[in-house]
Design a protein around this ligand. Structure first.
Ligand code: SF4
Length: 153
């Protein structure tokens, strides 16, 4: 559990999505379909507490989907427990469909949540503020750490 003020947003995060990531404009969970850093900053300001967690996982599709379901399950449990504003933000692009049709509404809105970074959250700074060690992965053999967040209250 962390204070929501630990969550850092920054304009440069969107630049990294727009230039250098092949997911930009390809999935509804990614920019430009997600909240801008400015909007996210205002949203985070409406919360007092958040839950942050991280995991190492193999990059297979089944595990990605399982982690997406886990995020929504935590959000739902928090909601039913009285946190009516609970909202989950995952890690990486949504993978519930093989191909995302960005010209239509999401096929699984009950499961899809945007990633932290797609909403302009500086995941590194947020982890640093929260006592989670996170560093840049320097090779493909190194297993990355994934971080998710549930805004509570
Ligand atoms: S659930 Fe499907 S349609 Fe919705 S964002 Fe994910 S991939 Fe796209």
């Amino acid at each position: 559990m962390i204070p929501a003020k630990n969550v850092v947003t920054a304009e440069w995060v969107w630049l990294k999505c727009q230039f250098g990531c092949d997911g930009f404009n390809r999935r509804l969970s990614c920019p430009p379909f997600t909240p801008t850093p400015e909007r996210m900053r205002r949203m985070v300001g409406e919360y007092r507490r958040a839950l942050i967690y991280c995991y190492h996982r193999p990059l297979d599709l089944k595990t990605r989907r399982r982690m997406g379901r886990l995020l929504v399950a935590i959000e739902r449990a928090a909601f039913l427990d009285g946190c009516h504003k609970a909202f989950g933000l995952g890690a990486g692009p949504c993978r519930f469909c093989a191909k995302c049709d960005t010209g239509r509404l999401c096929r699984f809105p009950e499961l899809m949540r945007p990633s932290m970074e797609s909403c302009g959250i500086d995941v590194y700074a947020t982890c640093r503020n929260s006592g989670i060690e996170l560093h840049v992965v320097r090779s493909r053999t190194e297993r990355p750490k994934y971080v998710s967040l549930v805004l509570l209250d």
